[in-house]
Design a protein around this ligand. Structure first.
Ligand code: DOR
Length: 444
């Protein structure tokens, strides 16, 4: 007897779109076959007309716990994640206290157990003085090592060349970088202050967090990775120029990979007059040409992974003037719907979405038994209705901050249900009580 049987779903998996039934037992996918209707199950979901994708694995979120929980916390933001079809997330270290040692990491795993609705792992943050902590890291204790090679929220800049050399030379697991050159940005900020005073228009953000600042830092990261043979993943690419740094094609075998985030694939500088601080983020949203070239690079394979960089701030914080309004926007609830809108517009195929948002992050981070619809793998799945529509309004948001840059947008698809470890975590607008995710383990 199976726990759950999903019948007649259209599976999107490993480069194919085909109809099948999926049986789930003891958290995992027990069987995938063209007709399992004769099998017994405690519950059957008739998924005729719906698409079944592997749940999205978001390798870049800020859930703000501990220390910044007025913006969001593990319970609220993971609820928004499962409502958006994200079944696994990897969370960043710029909280308070910073996640820069083993104890801080374990504290986060303890906080997430029994409260996180999606599966979880945490990054060890690099600082200018925790190299020993990085060298001695247990590879199961963190998903990766996060290096802020450009300063952003949380004062975690690592800028000493000898420390960066040490990290790239000795990191035992994947190094994920935020690349923006801080001295260049500071010079641009000074020039903007000179011109506008404190009331810098938000339209200046992409000129301040400039293309040159991105290029200088990304090319430095790639150079260090080539020198030391580091497994490098460059997070949130925002400029067409940086794409030259990465190889096209399949991700398998690459030592250096790159990522795009959903807001950089959606918004452009034309949206600053309308949204202002709401879309202020680091690195900045840039020109239409950058956005469109990055979208092309997703197809070519120069971009291997799509994530969110979900970074909630309160509405009050976002009302401040340019220098005081914090960077970052809440995204996890609408990441997959936004990618599905790209599908509807003919810009991305469903197979590419599954590859970049599920298969590739699982492979890049060596996540064990997740990221694919495969027998024996955990049943982390999302059922989507490509004919359904979903309007983003305040009432539908699960974020603690209570706002979204997508408010008013009508997505062309609807997340029908999200399964985490074989259990229905979210269905038809409702979260299920008492369903929580697990700590990730890694094949490393
Ligand atoms: O816009 C951003 N917000 N970029 C980052 O690098 C950090 C993030 C945050 O934590 O707010």
């Amino acid at each position: 007897m199976h726990d759950l049987l999903i019948t007649q779903a259209t599976l999107v998996n490993e480069g194919r779109v085909h109809q099948a039934d999926v049986a789930i037992k003891d958290q995992r996918i027990a069987k995938i076959a063209s007709d399992l209707s004769a099998e017994k199950a405690a519950r059957v979901i008739d998924a005729k007309g719906l698409h079944l994708l592997p749940g999205m694995i978001d390798d870049q979120v800020h859930f703000r716990e501990p220390g910044l929980t007025h913006k969001g916390d593990i319970a609220t933001e993971s609820a928004a994640a499962v409502a958006g079809g994200i079944t696994t997330y990897m969370e960043m270290p710029n909280v308070n206290p910073l996640t820069i040692n083993r104890q801080a990491l374990e504290d986060k795993y303890t906080r997430a157990a029994g409260r996180s609705r999606a599966n979880f792992a945490f990054y060890l943050g690099a600082s200018n003085d925790n190299l020993d902590e990085i060298k001695n890291l247990d590879p199961q204790a963190a998903c990766g090592i996060k290096v802020f090679m450009g300063a952003s929220t949380g004062n975690m800049l690592v800028d000493k060349p000898e420390i960066l050399e040490g990290i790239f030379a000795s990191a035992p697991i994947l190094v994920a970088t935020h690349c923006e050159d801080t001295p260049m940005i500071q010079a641009n900020e000074d020039a903007a202050r000179e011109k506008y005073g404190e009331e810098v228009p938000f339209t200046e953000h992409p000129a301040i967090r400039s293309e040159e600042a991105c290029w200088k830092s990304s090319s430095y990261a790639v150079e260090l990775a080539k020198k030391h043979g580091t497994r490098l993943h460059v997070l949130h690419i925002t400029t067409a120029r940086e794409l030259e740094l990465f190889e096209p094609g399949e991700m398998r075998g690459k030592q250096i990979t790159a990522e795009a985030c959903v807001h950089h694939l959606w918004f452009s500088e034309e949206d600053y007059p309308r949204l202002g601080a709401q879309i202020k983020c680091n690195p900045a949203i840039k020109r239409k040409k950058d956005r469109d070239t990055i979208l092309q690079a997703v197809k070519e394979g120069r971009i291997d992974i799509i994530a969110t960089d979900h970074a909630p701030h309160t509405w009050e914080e976002k009302q401040r003037s340019y220098f005081k309004a914090p960077a970052g926007l809440p995204l996890v609830q609408h990441a997959l719907p936004s990618l599905l809108d790209h599908y509807h517009a003919g810009r991305l195929s469903l197979e590419t979405i599954a590859q970049k948002a599920s298969h590739n992050p699982a492979e890049a981070y060596q996540v064990k038994d997740r990221g694919y619809i495969r027998e024996g793998y955990f049943a982390d799945l999302v059922l989507v209705d490509l004919q359904g529509e979903s309007l983003v309004d305040k009432a539908s948001l699960f974020y603690k901050c209570g706002w979204s840059p997508f408010e008013g947008h009508l997505f062309q698809s609807r997340i029908s249900a999200t399964l985490v470890n074989g259990q229905i975590a979210y269905e038809n607008g409702q979260l299920s009580d008492g369903i929580f995710g697990q700590r990730l383990t890694f094949d490393r």
